[in-house]
Each structure stands twice: as structure tokens, then as C-alpha cells.
Design a protein around this ligand. Structure first.
Ligand code: BTN
Length: 265
């Protein structure tokens, strides 16, 4: 099983229409999202994928670090320039979650789940995440960063209870190259479906892949904390919960915790 990511090997048998129109691989970068932004400024075309074997400053949502040791995970960013209203752009996080969950399915027996807005979970633990960043500038675009824990044998103490990898779950290493190809293929399909059909299809697929609905959740948004039951996503991909007083509260951002004991540490 090869473990090295090389553009020509990735492109071999890759039948995507757009995603991966150009593929760049680096041994080490600070963050592939920053790299993709620089490529956008240089005039790179939509569909560019930049990948790194390791990141020195990989980041997740809310300014958290994304653990990116060499050769263990997949750390990539995709450059997109969709001609859609700004309000619809957050749907791309859901789109990437659906694509990643579909791709991962072929590589893990345990059930996968999505947690709003950007988490890929195996049981209560995180196996991957999506970081969508807008780039206003003279050439506006979107950078879709995806991190997957593939062959990590373990994690630092502070996240060892909340993170997992395919290797930990399967008890055997996974083929990063095959997973990457599957991911690019699923991203290609889901992005095309998003462009053609808007958010409705993505929200439907996302909703089928989550087990959040009907579960007690807490949502932290800045200094505020809400508790309630996760109900659904609205047409903009926002999370709707019912709070204790029976009202519906809609979130376009926030940190969600599944509160039921045992579902999430
Ligand atoms: C999250 O779960 O909070 C999002 C994690 C996103 C991590 C990926 S790894 C590739 C890309 N580059 C980054 O710096 N972050 C994303």
C-alpha cells in the first residue's frame, strides 16, 4: 500500500469534472487553507486542490488547532468560485460533509454521522472536519478545507477522548490515496448537484446522515448558551432547535454539543 501522495498518482483514474482540475502537493505547509487563498490571489482556477503531508498551523473552527502529523491524515483545501448568493455559501460546509461522509463509508465499518455544521463523527468521536473560509478580495472565492484522521495511531492527551481515526476504528491502516480519490469524486458530484439544484438536495442528504435530530443539544454562540432539542435544518442550512420554553431558535453559527450522556464527551 503506497502511503505517499503524488499529483500524478492521485490523478490516475480520477474522473472528476471540476474538482482536482489542478492538484498541488507539498510536504509541509502552515495551513492548506492559507495556501489555497494565495493561489486564488495568483489567479488559480476553480477546482484547484492543494494538499500537504503535514501542516504546522492547521486550524479548525473557532481558532482551534487541527492536529496534522506527517503522512497520517488527509489535509486538503479546494478552491471554489461559485456564482451563488453569499447567503448560500455556508451550504458548502454541509455539501463537503456529505461528500466526505460518502467517501469515508467505503473505508470504515462503524457508522458515521454528521454533526452540524462541520463535524464527521464515528460514534461520539471526531474523525474529520470542514473549514470553509470566504475570500472577498478582487477575485472572490471560497476555500473549502477538509481534514480527515486516517492513520493516526493516537492523539494528544487533550483531544484523545474526542478524536478518532480510521486506523483506530478499523484496527488496521487505511489507503490514504484511495480515500483521497474517493473524496475528490464525491466532492465533484455533490458540488455539481449543489450548483444545479441549490441547497435543497444537500440539506436532504445531510439530514439523512445525521443522528442529531430529536437529540438534546446545547449551542454556544459567543457568551450565550442555549439548550434544547435539535429539530431540523432550515432552507438555508441553519440549525433549528426547540428550547425548553417551546420556542424554535435558529442558528447560523455556534458550537453544538450533543448533551445525551455517552453521545459525546
Ligand atoms: C474543524 O473541524 O474545526 C475543521 C477542521 C478543518 C481542518 C482542515 S485540514 C486542511 C485545511 N487546512 C486547515 O488549516 N484546516 C483545514
Amino acid at each position: 500500500m503506497t502511503n505517499e501522495l503524488q499529483p500524478d498518482k492521485i490523478k490516475d483514474n480520477l474522473s472528476t469534472l471540476l474538482i482536482g482540475s489542478e492538484i498541488l502537493v507539498a510536504k509541509e505547509v502552515d495551513s492548506t487553507n492559507d495556501w489555497a487563498k494565495q493561489e486564488l490571489e495568483r489567479g488559480a482556477a476553480q477546482g484547484l486542490v492543494v494538499l500537504a503531508e503535514s501542516q504546522t498551523a492547521g486550524r479548525g473552527r473557532h481558532g482551534r488547532a487541527w492536529v496534522s502529523p506527517p503522512g497520517q491524515g488527509l489535509y486538503l483545501s479546494v478552491l471554489l468560485t461559485p456564482q451563488v448568493e453569499r447567503d448560500h455559501l455556508p451550504l458548502l460546509t454541509l455539501m463537503a460533509g456529505v461528500a466526505a461522509a460518502r467517501a469515508l463509508r467505503g473505508f470504515i465499518k462503524a457508522p458515521l454521522g454528521l454533526k452540524w455544521p462541520n463535524d464527521l463523527l464515528v460514534g461520539p468521536r471526531k474523525v474529520g472536519g470542514v473549514l470553509l473560509e470566504f475570500c472577498p478580495g478582487p477575485r472572490p472565492g471560497v476555500v473549502l478545507g477538509i481534514g480527515l484522521n486516517v492513520n493516526n495511531p493516537g492523539f494528544p492527551d487533550d483531544i484523545e477522548n474526542i478524536a478518532t481515526s480510521l486506523r483506530i476504528e478499523n484496527g488496521a491502516p487505511a489507503d490514504r490515496l484511495a480515500l483521497l480519490r474517493a473524496l475528490l469524486g464525491c466532492l465533484d458530484e455533490e458540488y455539481e448537484s449543489f450548483l444545479l439544484g441549490g441547497g435543497e438536495a444537500i440539506i436532504g442528504k445531510w439530514s439523512e446522515l445525521t443522528s442529531m435530530f430529536g437529540q438534546p443539544v446545547s449551542v454556544v454562540q459567543g457568551p450565550h448558551l442555549w439548550e434544547g432539542t435539535a429539530l431540523r435544518l432550515d432552507e438555508g442550512g441553519r440549525l433549528v432547535i426547540r428550547t425548553g420554553d417551546g420556542r424554535e431558535q435558529v442558528f447560523d453559527s455556534g458550537e453544538v454539543t450533543l448533551s445525551r450522556a455517552g453521545r459525546e464527551p
